[in-house]
Design a protein around this ligand. Structure first.
Ligand code: CP
Length: 377
């Protein structure tokens, strides 16, 4: 079937005649005429035709939600902990992120005039740059700093005053801070929404959303999966947020770590009430069982004692030998950065999906920015 046949046969095209009050639906509909003309002119291929149909399906779902009275409030909301989100809300973020995939390729003006401040008191490549890229792709702009050394905290300014100041410059703040609770504190002082880009070893909620989005996209579902985390489950904030998020689904969770880096007790207590959790120290017997292997770095910078780090350094190394008994359709994820826990020889296998995760970080963060700034309902 050709791209234009696919478009003509698409059962939701008649939705063009329906008036939508939802801003984002209007945006997609206004793009439709241009895309359709380009497809008819054979300037664009199947990939864009697919994106076009995805857009139509998104509009259909938006319409269905509007008709069924489902109302999800994101505008003006802080994103501090993944525990603040329901499964229905996460599903809505997924749908919005999916609608962002073609927009990420073309760019848009949805957030023109809006400013994102990225205040990163700790090192970051992906979180800060993907938030900034997401904002630029939506037509907005960014300000901020990438290390505390160049901000006025160096002169003794506290976090509350920094936030009260940046609040006057920006429409939304993304914050990374070494202290647990810092994002919650910032949200208390800010009028504009605050997004937690990582708070010490506590949480990293937007990473959990992009991890879940990746699992759903790669496996077609989350329910029914067997998922293993391997590495530093004590100091790794991404696994804390992802564990809370996965406890909303029907999954089996395997937690593989050295004894000294086991999952934090408060996370375990919460998730064990909702899903089966199996703790192990060896990966060998777990790899053949699971559908998703989520690997994390040992978080050297969070160890109070370097001698303790030396004991667990290099505990797990995923290589082709480790994966020799894995299911054919296993996917290996990693929030990155990695040090030596996944060998480079895995990168070119069908298991490796960690760089797809990086791309998904853009569309998920585009979705979050557009939702909390009210450009999408
Ligand atoms: N995944 C993640 O948080 O990466 P960065 O530390 O590079 O932002």
């Amino acid at each position: 079937m050709s791209a234009s046949d696919m478009i003509n046969d698409c059962p939701v095209l008649d939705l063009r005649n329906i008036q939508f009050s939802l801003t984002h639906a209007k945006y997609l509909l206004s793009e439709e005429a241009i895309i359709q003309t380009q497809i008819k002119d054979f300037k664009l291929g199947n990939a864009l035709a697919d994106a076009f149909i995805v857009d139509k399906l998104f509009i259909l779902e938006m319409h269905t939600n509007a008709v069924s009275g489902v109302s999800l409030e994101f505008e003006g909301r802080d994103i501090i902990s993944i525990k603040d989100f329901s499964r229905e809300e996460i599903n809505h973020i997924f749908k919005t992120a999916k609608s962002m995939e073609p927009i990420a390729a073309k760019g848009s003006e949805m957030l023109r005039g809006k400013i994102l401040a990225t205040l990163f008191f700790e090192a970051s490549t992906r979180t800060r740059l993907s938030f900034e890229a997401a904002m630029h792709k939506l037509g907005g702009s960014t300000i901020g700093f990438a290390e505390a050394e160049i901000a006025s905290v160096k002169k003794g300014e506290n976090l509350a005053d920094t936030i009260r100041t940046v609040d006057k410059y920006a429409n939304v703040i993304a914050l990374r801070h070494p202290l647990e609770g810092a994002a919650r504190l910032a949200a208390e002082f800010a009028e504009v929404p605050v997004i937690n880009g990582g708070s010490g070893a506590e949480e990293h909620p937007t990473q959990a959303l992009l991890d879940l989005y990746t699992i759903n996209k790669e496996k077609g579902r989350i329910d029914g999966l067997k998922i293993a985390f391997a590495g530093d489950l004590r100091y790794g904030r991404t696994v804390h947020s992802l564990a809370y998020a996965l406890s909303l689904y029907n999954v089996e969770l395997y937690l593989v770590s050295p004894e000294s880096l086991k999952m934090r007790r408060e996370v375990l207590q919460t998730i064990k009430e909702k899903i089966p959790v199996i703790e192990k120290t060896s990966l060998e017997k777990i790899v053949p069982l699971v559908d998703v292997l989520y690997v994390t770095r040992i978080q050297k910078e969070r160890f109070p004692d370097p001698a303790e780090y030396a004991k667990v350094k290099g505990s797990y190394k995923i290589d082709l030998q480790t994966l020799s008994e894995a299911k054919k359709d296993l996917i290996v994820l990693h929030p990155l950065p990695r040090v030596d826990e996944i060998a480079a020889e895995v990168d070119n296998t069908p298991y490796a999906r960690y760089f797809q995760q990086v791309w998904n970080g853009i569309v998920v963060r585009m979705a979050l920015l557009s939702l909390i700034l009210g450009a999408t309902k």
